[in-house]
Design a protein around this ligand. Structure first.
Ligand code: ZN
Length: 516
């Protein structure tokens, strides 16, 4: 390793390291905390003492980062993070969508040609539906020795940030409590993964009690035996994030991350916050506790990296894949707008209207609540004008109370949208080959589902997320300008002097760079 003394002043603001700093970052640690709203940084700030506290004190902190697409869901947030692309360009338009070719719903990572390695081994997954390159891909194209690894509880959250050329992506099989992967990456699970699984790390939580910080309230008591119900309950507890952190440490060591000639990339997504958030909502003590525990886990991971690689050699970036709406009953109690929609009301209203106007038939062929795919074959059989039928469907949706807007395929293809940020976000989320015929949006704080809460809208509570960079060459400071998570990948590509991912629409946040 050659040390260039001219770059030492650049590293002065980097956190103290026990290992000497290299000329170029040795590792990028790209962290997503699933469903972590921006306001969790400010509301719980006084309780953070670990990794989040370090990031807030030593990093470039953006206070106004908003996603610029609709719908704001996990697969899209994770594909945007390391590609800088919108769904209109990346092709990742949702967590799952209706595939007209097969007449079935597919997920963002479904791949019939791939096999799951480990766990129950059901289904197949790969990054093949992602149309664009990621930062990891560009690093590997530039440097043959770079290692790229993705880790999460969810397949999409491990696979999509890592990209096509990744050396591995690993996620959790909640049916048996182990980490799995896909034969897209290698013919068999690496030995270190098999060893990790063989030690049954999830089983130590049998009978555990998830308690509040002061120990007074028990949020959840885990089942007393390591059975199917026990493993299934792990995601919506802090234990899922602990497993992700432990697995990440093992990956750093086994894959020698940060010890190659070129920069390595580890993308880690903590999913536990999302499961707990859906159940209890952003105003619950459980969500607050999960945030504080993520702060501790990040602190643990940084300490481990400091020993192994030296934090002065690590660039950290942290964001969330989306926010979340308040629980509708909480909104009501606050005298704020919001409420719950009846399941299936949009499909049934559109179906009834089209039947009345054009005759019998199955007009709505997809199951999603607000992305409707209509029966184009039936329209052709009845010799109907497709554009007219789709417009009738949108008009029908707009008669339903608390429907905010409905956009047709024609509008989305031609860009004839309302010239505001909601219209722009819907446009950015539409990819013609995979997209629906109408997209229906609800008013703020309205959602489908009889309990809990969700995300997906283009409103601030879903779009506003943290973005923090920390490490060599990066300033400590707070930045208030409006940015988007699309800016992360091109900024890192510039910092690392590799090509910007090919679908990126982001800006290089050069205000964060330390200069000579
Ligand atoms: Zn998510």
């Amino acid at each position: 390793m050659t040390r260039n003394f001219f770059t030492v002043p650049l590293l002065a603001a980097a956190v103290a390291a026990s290992v000497p700093a290299a000329t170029k970052p040795k590792l990028v640690l790209a962290v997503v905390v699933d469903q972590f709203r921006y306001d969790y940084l400010t509301r719980f700030r006084s309780s953070y003492t670990g990794g989040l506290s370090k990031l807030l004190a030593n990093g470039s902190v953006f206070t106004n980062a908003h996603y610029d697409h609709f719908p704001t869901v996990t697969a899209i947030g994770h594909s945007t993070f390391m590609s800088g692309a919108t769904p209109a360009i990346s092709g990742i338009i949702a967590n799952d969508w209706f595939d007209r070719g097969s007449g079935k719903t597919v997920t963002s990572v479904t791949d019939k040609t791939a096999k799951i390695l480990g766990g129950k081994g059901e289904g197949g997954a790969s990054p093949r539906r992602l149309l664009v390159s990621t930062l990891g891909d560009e690093l590997k194209i530039a440097n043959g020795t770079t290692r790229v690894i993705g880790i999460s509880l969810k397949d999409r959250s491990a696979i999509l940030p890592a990209g096509h050329m990744a050396d591995g992506a690993y996620w959790f099989d909640a049916s048996d409590g182990t980490f799995v992967s896909s034969d897209y990456y290698f013919p068999d699970l690496p030995g270190w993964v098999r060893d990790f699984n063989a030690a049954r790390p999830a089983d130590k939580y049998v009978g555990a009690e998830w308690k509040s910080g002061d120990g007074k309230v028990v949020y959840k008591k885990m089942a007393p035996t390591a059975d199917a119900a026990f493993y299934k309950s792990i995601p919506a507890t802090p234990y899922s994030n602990e497993l992700i952190e432990a697995f990440s440490e093992r990956a750093i060591s086994a894959e020698q991350l940060g010890r190659h000639d070129s920069t390595d990339l580890l993308a880690v997504s903590f999913s536990g916050n999302d499961y707990v958030g859906h159940d209890f909502g952003p105003d619950s003590p459980q969500v607050r506790d999960m945030a504080i525990r993520v702060d501790h886990l990040l602190g643990k991971l940084f300490q481990y990296l400091d020993r192994e690689v030296g934090m002065a050699n690590v660039v950290v970036v942290l964001t969330a894949d989306h926010g979340v709406a308040p629980i509708p009953e909480v909104s009501t109690a606050r005298k704020m707008p919001g409420g719950r929609m009846t399941a299936g009301v949009i499909q049934s209203t559109v179906q009834a209207k089209l039947t009345e106007k054009y005759g019998e038939g199955k007009w709505v062929i997809s199951p999603s609540e607000h992305s409707l795919y209509l029966n184009l074959t039936l329209m052709a059989e009845k010799k109907l004008n497709q554009t007219e039928v789709i417009e009738s469907a949108a008009d029908a949706a707009l008669t339903i109370p608390h429907v905010f807007r409905a956009y047709t395929r024609d509008q989305l293809s031609r860009g004839g949208l309302a010239a505001d940020q909601i219209g722009r976000r819907v446009f950015n989320g539409f990819y013609g080959q995979r997209g629906p015929d109408i997209m229906v949006l609800l008013e703020p704080n309205w959602l489908f589902g009889a309990k809990g809460t969700t995300h997906g809208t283009g409103f601030g509570y879903d779009t506003h997320v943290p973005i923090i960079f920390m490490g060599p060459g990066i300033k400590a400071g707070t930045f208030h300008q409006r940015i988007a998570p699309n800016d992360v990948a091109p900024t890192l590509a510039t910092l690392l002097a590799v090509e910007t991912p090919n679908g990126s629409v982001g800006r290089v946040l050069d205000e964060i760079f330390l200069r000579d």
